[in-house]
Design a protein around this ligand. Structure first.
Ligand SMILES: [Zn+2]
Length: 289
């Protein structure tokens, strides 16, 4: 198979269970319905088959409940990053409670792996925007070097329209501006920009909903200009037995074309060269100093 231009791309996985979805209206979560192990193992197997490493934004609750899964992830060379403790959006946190949550995460990781470097953060539901830019200060103070929570367009639940689509250092005064002196680097998920119009392509929904040739054209287009990062969830590789009772729009977003994910991933893993977000940031000089 012919490879696309030899730029590197990153795949990231938000390691949470199906019931952590912000859309979940179901209160009674039963342990036997968990898909987090099954889904993450499917991801790890696919990555191993193709020889790629990727970045895993893991919930602290998952670190605690599935230590063997975390050990395997790290042993196989993947990057462990933070997705908060239990999927509470940062909009509902205060600087103090957010700091406490990051420390709780760090403690959970230490109890499984010992002293282990975690430098990347992605907020549940991309919940860092202009209303809570203080979160960046807390991340820096807690030792994080990069963030992937600022979604540079407005979609239904989140977004910071006007923020850069490439890697940058968000200004604390205005997240849409680059500040060369800012300590934290932002690596936003993939958005294609054509004639100033932005199309999100980074998430599982776009991978599932778009025909592969359209999705691939979007990625090829981005790669001519910069690296990109995509994201998926374990539930997208190991669908839950019980489906959440959602309205038609959210049901479509959550469940469309789940059966196409593995074949599409196989194709993308053949077509592009993949590595961790940390590797891309380091090789492009964003983590110096
Ligand atoms: Zn999440």
């Amino acid at each position: 198979m012919k490879r696309a231009p030899s730029h590197r791309a990153a795949f990231s996985f938000d390691i949470e269970d199906w019931h952590h979805s912000e859309l979940n209206p179901v209160g009674d979560v039963r342990p036997e319905e968990s898909i987090v192990v099954r889904g993450t193992e499917a991801i790890l197997e696919l990555l191993a088959k193709h020889g790629w490493r990727s970045t895993f934004f893991v919930l602290g609750d998952v670190v605690r409940e599935h230590p063997d899964l975390i050990r395997r992830m790290v042993r196989e060379g993947h990057e462990l990053a933070c997705h908060g403790m239990s999927h509470r959006p940062v909009w509902r946190a205060t600087p103090e409670s957010f700091r406490a949550e990051l420390r709780e995460f760090r403690a959970a990781v230490t109890s499984v792996l010992g002293d282990f470097p975690v430098i990347g953060f992605r907020a549940p539901t991309f919940s860092i925007d202009r209303s809570n830019a203080w979160a960046l200060d807390v991340l820096v103070a807690e030792g994080y070097r990069y963030d992937s929570s600022i979604f540079p367009m407005k979609v239904k639940m989140y977004g910071t329209p006007g923020a850069p689509v490439g890697i940058y250092r968000p200004s604390r005064a205005d997240l849409r501006r680059h500040d060369a002196d800012a300590a934290l680097v932002e690596f936003p998920v993939a958005i294609a920009e054509l004639q100033r119009v932005r199309f999100p392509v980074g998430g599982g929904f776009y991978l599932r909903a778009l025909p592969l040739f359209v999705f691939r054209a979007g990625l090829d287009f981005i790669l001519r200009h910069r690296p990109f990062v995509l994201y998926l969830h374990p539930r997208e590789l190991a669908p839950e037995k019980r489906r959440m009772p959602l309205d038609p729009v959210n049901g479509f977003i959550t469940y469309v074309n789940l059966h196409t994910v593995i074949a599409k991933l196989e194709h993308l893993f053949e077509r592009y060269e993949w590595t961790t977000m940390r590797d891309i940031l380091a090789s492009e000089g964003w983590l110096e100093g």
